[in-house]
Design a protein around this ligand. Structure first.
Ligand SMILES: [Mn+2]
Length: 240
């Protein structure tokens, strides 16, 4: 069998882009230019933005990023976007503007020879009980509807409060990793899992599956490349 994928796939996560992350933004602009052509697809697996308080509160910075993505789309790059715990409020309005396709978490990437489970990764951290409860609350449609009707100042304040609480928690405890229980809950029949969220750049070979963990884009960057023959590589992307 000589079946090949129609596209090469590039997968990234945890860029945490914001006005103050100038380096990460510059790195992403170069990366996007490098991979933009009609033979490639890009999957963004969440926490692309450091925070998101609603599609109606779009800043000049966010608009700049939307234009970059839209331009890449117009040059032939297909872009799929899964949101993370920082940017889960991204909606159709932004998607339309940036010409990206929103996908849910988890998402199955069906290739010519294999299927790959794509996730942000926070759902896999089942030991973090308080976070999983918090996640259920903030992903509730009614809660989101109410939040999006608050004045922008208040939304900003609430989002900042959540970020500070999460930083304090991360400083107090060691990094909370994914669990085997969490993985088994979602893996199903798939033999390959790719996720971000923990920023723990690595490849884990298990008996029945392989797990690729993307790193963040704070100093350098990382991405997964899948070629037309379904070869998967976890790579670093360095600043010049
Ligand atoms: Mn995350």
């Amino acid at each position: 069998m000589n079946k090949e994928n129609k596209k090469n796939y590039y997968i990234i996560a945890d860029l945490h882009l914001s006005e103050v992350r100038v380096q990460a933004t510059a790195l992403f602009e170069r990366f996007l230019a490098d991979i933009t052509n009609k033979d490639n697809s890009l999957y963004i697996l969440g926490d692309f933005f450091d925070y998101w308080i609603g599609d109606d509160a779009i800043s000049p910075f966010n608009l700049h990023i939307a234009d970059l993505l839209a331009h890449a789309h117009d040059s032939g790059l297909q872009i799929y976007f899964m949101s993370g715990n920082r940017d889960f409020l991204i909606g159709q309005r932004f998607a339309k503007r940036a010409k990206i396709t929103l996908v849910s978490d988890p998402h199955v990437l069906v290739l010519s020879k294999i299927t790959i489970l794509l996730m942000h990764g926070d759902l896999l951290c089942t030991d973090d009980k308080s976070y999983q409860i918090f996640r259920k609350i903030v992903r509730n449609k009614l809660i989101q509807w109410l939040y999006l009707r608050l004045p922008l100042r208040l939304r900003e304040k609430l989002a900042k409060g959540i970020r500070i609480t999460s930083h304090k928690k991360n400083a107090k405890y060691k990094v909370i990793d994914v669990t085997e229980k969490g993985i088994q809950k979602y893996l199903g029949k798939h033999k390959t899992l790719i996720h971000g969220h923990t920023h723990l750049f690595n490849i884990h070979h298990q008996q029945n599956y392989i797990r690729y963990v993307l790193g963040d884009w704070f100093k350098n960057a990382s991405y997964v490349h899948i070629d037309r023959h379904c070869n998967i590589h976890l790579l670093r992307y360095f600043k010049k």
